[in-house]
Design a protein around this ligand. Structure first.
Ligand code: ZN
Length: 240
């Protein structure tokens, strides 16, 4: 939250992780022994007020109180998208419209709340082959690209390919090239209501993507970009 003056306090970040693969699949446990949420928390802990929430907590850990004090919500999910409760989706959706930032990671493209915010299927092509990905910064002046080189190389990834069925992004920050020849819009910025949304592709659970310095830098930059600003009141309905 900003304090009303010009000096912003630390952003309050909630990292939501489904947290199933890490507990069910040894290959994933080996990469993320404490869960993807803890690795992301480690990337943000120095200069953010970070809490984590997971699917199995009551209300998936996303109570009204938690969301009310969240400036930016990160979302990682994959196998349990359909089991996420509609009331929690409603609550997250409403908070985004009110100004909460939302960063949707990797397989979160199929999260109920992301599909609702986009209004499209959010479908894509994929291939899990552990081949190289190069993310090109296509908007070098964008704050989410601060401090990066002109591209980020990830030696082993799952491929996502176009067409990616999302609305045209307001700004496109990254385009990925894959060894197999496919390309993908990997860093997409949107506004919905007063909220800023960033979709960021990397993060397949069997590769240590969130340990990569440049990826962690992108996540930190995206949190700063997605923070709510004071703005003006959202007042609707009949006027006297
Ligand atoms: Zn994946």
């Amino acid at each position: 939250m900003t304090t009303g003056g010009d000096v912003p306090t630390m952003a309050t970040v909630t990292i939501w992780n489904e947290y199933r693969h890490e507990r069910e699949d040894e290959a994933v446990t080996a990469v993320y022994p404490d869960g993807i949420h803890e690795t992301l928390a480690d990337a943000l802990a120095d200069d953010h007020d970070v809490t984590t929430a997971t699917f199995d907590e009551p209300e998936h850990g996303l109570t009204a109180d938690v969301l009310e004090r969240t400036d930016v919500l990160l979302w990682w999910g994959h196998e349990a998208h359909d089991e996420v409760s509609e009331s929690v989706v409603d609550r997250v959706h409403q908070r985004v419209l009110e100004g909460m930032g939302l960063i949707v990671l990797h397989s979160g493209h199929y999260a109920k709340v992301f599909k609702r915010l986009m209004g499209t299927t959010c479908s894509l092509q994929y291939r899990e082959d552990g081949a190289t990905e190069r993310l090109w910064v296509v908007d070098p002046g964008h704050p989410i690209a601060d401090g990066l080189e002109e591209s980020i190389e990830l030696p082993r990834t799952e491929m996502y390919g176009e067409p990616f069925d999302v609305p045209e992004p307001d700004r496109l920050v990254f385009v990925s090239w894959f060894e197999g020849g496919e390309v993908f819009r990997s860093g997409c910025c949107y506004r919905r209501g007063s909220g800023r949304i960033f979709y960021f592709r990397p993060g397949h659970e069997t590769y240590p993507i969130y340990e990569h310095d440049a990826v962690r830098r992108v996540v930190r930059n995206a949190v700063e970009w997605a923070r709510p600003t004071d703005g003006a009141p959202r007042t609707f309905g009949e006027r006297e």
